[in-house]
Design a protein around this ligand. Sequence first.
Ligand SMILES: Cc1cc2nc3c(=O)[nH]c(=O)nc-3n(C[C@H](O)[C@H](O)[C@H](O)COP(=O)(O)OP(=O)(O)OC[C@H]3O[C@@H](n4cnc5c(N)ncnc54)[C@H](O)[C@@H]3O)c2cc1C
Length: 477
Amino acid sequence: MKSGKRSEAAHRPSVAVVGGGLAGLAAAEALSRSGMLVTLLESRRYLGGRAGSFKEEATGQLFDHCQHVAMGCCTNFLDFCEQTGVAAYFRRERRLHFIDAQGKTYPFAPVEALPAPLHLVPAFWRQSYLTMGERLGIGTALRRMARLSEEQAESLCVGPWLRMQKQSADVIRRFWEIILVSALGDSIEKTSVAAARKVMIDGFLAHHHAADLHLPAAPLGQIYEEGIARSLFDRGVRIEMESPVDEVFRKSVGGGFSVSVKDEATLQFENVVLAIPGRRVKAVLSPRLFEKVPDLARVDQINHAPITSVHLWFEKPITDLPHAVLLDRTSQWLFAHGAATSPHDGQSAAYYYQVVISASHDLPSGDQAAIIAAVTRELAELWPIAASPLFARVLTQKAAVFSAVPGLEAIRPPQSTPVTGLFLAGDWTKTGWPATMEGAIRSGRLAAEALLRRYGREEKLVTPDLPHTWLCRKLFR
Ligand SMILES: Cc1cc2nc3c(=O)[nH]c(=O)nc-3n(C[C@H](O)[C@H](O)[C@H](O)COP(=O)(O)OP(=O)(O)OC[C@H]3O[C@@H](n4cnc5c(N)ncnc54)[C@H](O)[C@@H]3O)c2cc1C
């Protein structure tokens, strides 16, 4: 897609945003809103990166690689959707549905009349798969977690820390893991107390709307195409798809950067925002530029965790629930996508569901049939009709999210670099957030703020967090 608004080009600093994932899209949106002349270069055929869709070649249908969920605490993601005119593509749900191994459902919804964090207490109290003593113990552990210093929380691993707080194996599995593994994408034996604390306090306790779910009501690829790309185009952003950047290097004369795109001409820009995965940066930056950014030296120490999504199409609906959190099972979340056409022939009416399994290290990789059999067996124990899907597909992304291990924050680089005009973005850069759509959007906006400072413009592009209530600050600080 090429933009028509070229006439103002001479008066606006030029920026190449390399990478069309959410970090790159957010940087492009913020910079074009601030009057910069932006070119977005994306190597693939589709925008969205890891939060993207693929097209079923035989039928032309779009499917997300994996269900993505934002929460009410994702203030920058929600604002980005407003800015790009796609908020209406998302539906909000305030009620979670936990299902135990026997098939009993426990709804979990906030109480409007109570101040946060008390708004969750009645719902939490109804989770009777935990004993009363276990529920009280969780409250005590949460308060202790909140009171750890930043240094302590960042240096400790949450699994061992919970055991030190006398949280039993059952409580860890049915409460802490259920929330933390899906929010952080990796095992609690690896992730830090600081990351867990962010999820529990900012994501649940701090504000009435923090734990609201925001679910895409259309494939993400459609939202990028119909909404986000169109809005960027209208702002004058030039979007170049299938344009993998080979190298970014300093121009020999006149400052600025040369950006060489595979099999195409080398392009010239005054600024570059590199919004590609951290592990690819070394291959794309020229060795001279790479050396000048010492913060990049340890980026290859960031480890990643896999997420597996099992896509299932059934002849009939298997449950009326829009989603379910499954306790004591390998399958962690079930999402219902409603009536659809089965991709096996592109014609049969079907009901489409996705099961998401985060930190899926232990699944038999490469054995789709075994994973489908295990997941459908579990679903059929709850809903017998789920035993025989019309069609199923397994997608595993091995480097889905970075692992928020103790000490990680010291490795994540800031968005500004010592090289004038060079900026970094991506969920892996320093945002204070785990690997999420919110983290990616924040990083793009932080990169845009840093770039504007180069031109003497102190502008706040990052949307503030939801405010913590007085009571939350009192109890959990
Ligand atoms: C399976 C899965 C499930 C997830 N679930 C959730 C969820 O429910 N909620 C949530 O908030 N987050 C979730 N996440 C995390 C979220 O998707 C990511 O944190 C976020 O999308 C990262 O965005 P990004 O722009 O930083 O990186 P990416 O999405 O990786 O984007 C980088 C882009 O750069 C492009 N690129 C790379 N090299 C080049 C090059 N040389 N030239 C040009 N372009 C290049 C890539 O093609 C890509 O489009 C999930 C991730 C996965 C994989």
